[in-house]
Ligand binder design. Structure first.
Ligand SMILES: *[C@@H]1O[C@H](CO)[C@@H](O)[C@H](O)[C@H]1NC(C)=O
Ligand SMILES: *[C@@H]1O[C@H](CO)[C@@H](O)[C@H](O)[C@H]1NC(C)=O
Ligand SMILES: *[C@@H]1O[C@H](CO)[C@@H](O)[C@H](O)[C@H]1NC(C)=O
Ligand SMILES: *[C@@H]1O[C@H](CO)[C@@H](O)[C@H](O)[C@H]1NC(C)=O
Length: 212
């Protein structure tokens, strides 16, 4: 049986279990039912919203843990996506810093690595600004704030692409079987950052149009 069937079956079982328990009109149990239903609504909201992104599976996977905070708010969804992107950027920064200290790198690799480290540092800054800005959005400054966020998130995305270009990585095409360790490590991490940032942009954009 494949995973989809197993998890589908599990959902039915959980639903049946709750229905059965709740026929007793136990108040704590109906609270549990509400949580379950809300959670399902929230998770579906994320799934539907992620459909506008270029990498919907990654979008859903990276955000569904925050379903209970996001609820059905496009603003919190966009904010959380930016934060997830920032966290991945910071992690990549650490990995690349460590990588740059390994022995035996040649000058070409070192130069590309240092360029990436600088680009990623800038990206973290841009994404942090995005998060502050989305927090500050009010109806009076909405259009201006959104355009700032889109500008800064686009800059972060461009940095990711530029970093990958430095390693000859075609955007979206990591060479999984290549034997170049440095290149593979950079591309693997940076591609994820790139995709998360692209998704954040799409979610900010759809948040903006939901208010328009
Ligand atoms: C909500 O649902 C998700 C996915 O089905 C699950 O991982 C998570 O633990 C649930 N959270 C709560 C609070 O029930
Ligand atoms: C996502 O979009 C596709 C095609 O536009 C559609 O078939 C699918 O039902 C959508 N999924 C969700 C969860 O909205
Ligand atoms: C962003 O994510 C980090 C974990 O990566 C978390 O500690 C922090 O509270 C989050 N910030 C916001 C504003 O959601
Ligand atoms: C540096 O190392 C990489 C990976 O091993 C290799 O592809 C590249 O040709 C090297 N460049 C120089 C100038 O040695």
């Amino acid at each position: 049986m494949d995973m989809l069937k197993v998890s589908g079956l599990l959902h039915v079982l959980v639903a049946l279990l709750i229905l059965q328990l709740c026929s007793h009109k136990d108040p704590s149990c109906s609270a549990a039912t509400t949580t379950f239903l809300n959670n399902k609504t929230y998770v579906n909201y994320i799934k539907t919203s992620c459909n506008v992104t270029t990498y919907p599976k990654l979008c859903y996977r990276s955000l569904s843990d925050f379903a209970n905070e996001i609820k059905t708010s496009p603003k919190v969804l966009a904010h959380t996506a930016l934060n997830v992107s920032l966290a991945a950027t910071r992690k990549t920064s650490k990995v690349l810093n460590r990588l740059s200290k390994t022995q035996g790198l040649n000058l070409t690799e070192l130069a590309a690595l240092h360029d990436c480290i600088e680009l990623i540092y800038d990206s973290s800054y841009e994404l942090r600004r995005c998060m502050i800005e989305i927090h500050r959005l009010r109806s009076e400054n909405f259009a201006f704030g959104i355009s700032n966020i889109l500008t800064w998130a686009s800059a972060a995305l461009t940095n990711s692409v530029t970093c990958m270009d430095g390693f000859g990585g075609n955007y979206g095409k990591v060479d999984q079987n290549g034997d170049d360790q440095v290149k593979n490590t950079v591309l693997r991490h940076e591609e994820k950052v790139c995709r998360l940032t692209s998704n954040s942009l799409a979610l900010v954009n759809s948040y903006a149009s939901s208010q328009g």
